[in-house]
Design a binder for this molecule. Structure first.
Ligand code: NAD
Length: 338
């Protein structure tokens, strides 16, 4: 079978995890090949970079060509899909450019920094009849898939309350410190809080209402707590960026169902039935990025396959909700400071 040729654009922190995923997938026989890597700064091709949850793989595969200019790469390289790992303020511009050049696009989260930009990305994918998916890896992470299944199947009864959290060091590895600039990264709310809000919106749909509390004192710390209300349950989501660069990355959830609690601490999942002994469901450990890319390969190979795992229409709705959360958070923070 012919391999799907991929060009990775932006070879910074998260690209190292995508790079590792392509190697994993090739080794497993998935028909995908990383043929080119582009970064405007050549030093990135050889640098070791560690992000909040590790270092990934910094070695570009021997057969892949390197470029410092995306247009030059489009002119000289033959590839089917662009994997965009650029700073967030560039997502819309480069997604539109690559879709217009006839490439399928997997773009890292957040989709875009405004709803209008995200809508344009969707329009261009339709116009050029190309696949577009946003890298929201919780959609492919077993512990969160377990939660989604439990909510849908009501195996433990109805979900009544859930608390999700995601705490990290401030992302100081970003090229040119783009994470410190809200116009470039969206700040904590748009950049990292999006993971948990998005996965909950995917499982439960649009909330009836929400409330938010933010504290933004970058470079020392940023925190946000969002409450999403649904007719019969409430969701609390906490995220934090902490200037202490050794703050360990920590994400998980605590879900209260009618007949059991389900707790996820990193990779440790425990079901605590209300009238039986706790147990840990057997989940196969997988690389969420590799799963995400493998799914994108399926979508490209099967043009009529519906993207049910991580539909871009859903991500677009998340962009709207995140903007509203950001707006209300800012308004309330300004009132409290006054
Ligand atoms: N899914 C996740 O868990 C996760 C984790 C971290 C980051 N991200 C997202 O990935 C994106 C990149 O983040 P990062 O941490 O890798 O940042 P980074 O700064 O480490 O990497 C970005 C890279 O893009 C390059 N670049 C910038 N402008 C360019 C251009 N015009 N042409 C070519 N290269 C250019 C930079 O030199 C840099 O190497 C962000 O949108 C971020 O939110 C996702």
């Amino acid at each position: 079978m012919e391999k799907i040729k991929v060009a990775l654009i932006g070879f910074g922190g998260i690209a190292r995890f995508h790079n590792a995923a392509y190697k994993t997938l090739s080794a497993k026989g998935v028909p995908v090949e990383l043929v080119a890597v582009c970064d405007r700064n050549m030093e990135q091709f050889t640098k070791e970079i560690a992000i909040n949850f590790g270092g990934g793989d910094s070695t570009i595969p021997a057969g892949a060509r390197t470029y410092t200019d995306v247009d030059e790469m489009i002119t000289h390289e033959d590839f089917d899909m662009a994997d965009i790992c650029l700073p967030s303020f560039l997502h819309k511009e480069y997604t539109v450019k690559l879709l217009s050049a006839g490439k399928h696009v997997l773009c890292e989260k957040p989709m875009a920094l405004s709803y209008e930009d995200a809508e344009e990305m969707m329009r261009m994918a339709k116009k050029n009849d190309r696949r577009l998916m946003i890298g929201l890896d919780l959609h492919f992470t077993p512990e969160y898939l377990f939660l989604g299944d439990a909510i849908r199947s009501e195996e433990f009864g109805r979900l009544e309350y859930i608390h999700l959290w995601r705490n990290s060091m401030y992302p100081n590895w970003g090229a040119g410190d783009h994470f410190s600039n809200r116009k470039k990264s969206g700040g904590l709310v748009i950049d990292m809080h999006v993971h948990d809000v998005d996965i909950i919106r995917h499982f439960l749909g649009e909330p009836t209402s929400f409330d938010v509390l933010t504290y933004d004192n970058i470079p020392y710390c940023q925190t946000v707590t969002t409450l999403l209300y649904y007719p019969t349950l409430a969701v609390k989501i906490d995220s934090c960026w902490d200037k202490a660069h050794l703050t360990p990355f920590d994400a998980g959830y605590d879900a209260k169902f009618e007949r059991a609690a389900v707790r996820c601490d990193g990779n440790k999942l425990t079901v605590i039935p209300y009238e039986r002994e706790p147990y840990s469901p057997a989940l196969t450990a997988v690389d969420g990025y590799a799963e995400e890319i493998a799914y994108m390969m399926e979508l490209i190979l099967e043009p009529t396959k519906k993207n049910e795992a991580n539909p871009p229409e859903g991500t677009l709705a998340t962009v709207r909700l995140m903007s509203e959360i950001q707006e209300l958070g800012d308004k309330k923070a300004a009132t409290m400071k006054a």
